[in-house]
Design a protein around this ligand. Structure first.
Ligand code: F3S
Length: 112
């Protein structure tokens, strides 16, 4: 049951969940939002505490209208994103990867 970043992050990307926020360094930066790697998340909840707009939450708390973000978070790491040759998978740390100039298809098309 990993944490998930939902629509409130889109085009906001406050960033408080990074750095001191996430001790697992499993929050990766896309173009429009951050994405939590579901296989690297240790479910500590630091991102949810840090986020000022309530975008980060454990998957079982994601409201019905935001459920697509759970799958979107998985696909960001398991599908080949635009401009890349292979899926991100489990890179083992967001700091080293840096900003990923892509979003999941769902987020790229999301109207806010
Ligand atoms: Fe987004 Fe909140 Fe982090 S807005 S970048 S999930 S602090």
């Amino acid at each position: 049951m990993p944490f998930v970043i939902t629509s409130a992050c889109i085009d906001v990307k406050d960033g408080a969940c990074l750095g001191g926020g996430c001790p697992a360094d499993c929050i990766y930066e896309g173009n429009r939002k951050m994405y939590i790697n579901p296989d690297e998340c240790t479910e500590c909840g630091a991102c949810a505490v840090a986020c000022p707009v309530g975008a980060a939450m454990i998957d079982e708390m994601v409201p019905d209208e935001e459920q697509d973000f759970i799958k979107s978070e998985e696909l960001f790491f398991s599908e080949v994103l635009p401009g890349r040759d292979e899926p991100l998978g489990e890179p083992g740390g967001a700091a080293e990867v840096g900003k990923i100039n892509a979003d999941s298809e769902f987020v790229a098309a999301y109207k806010k």
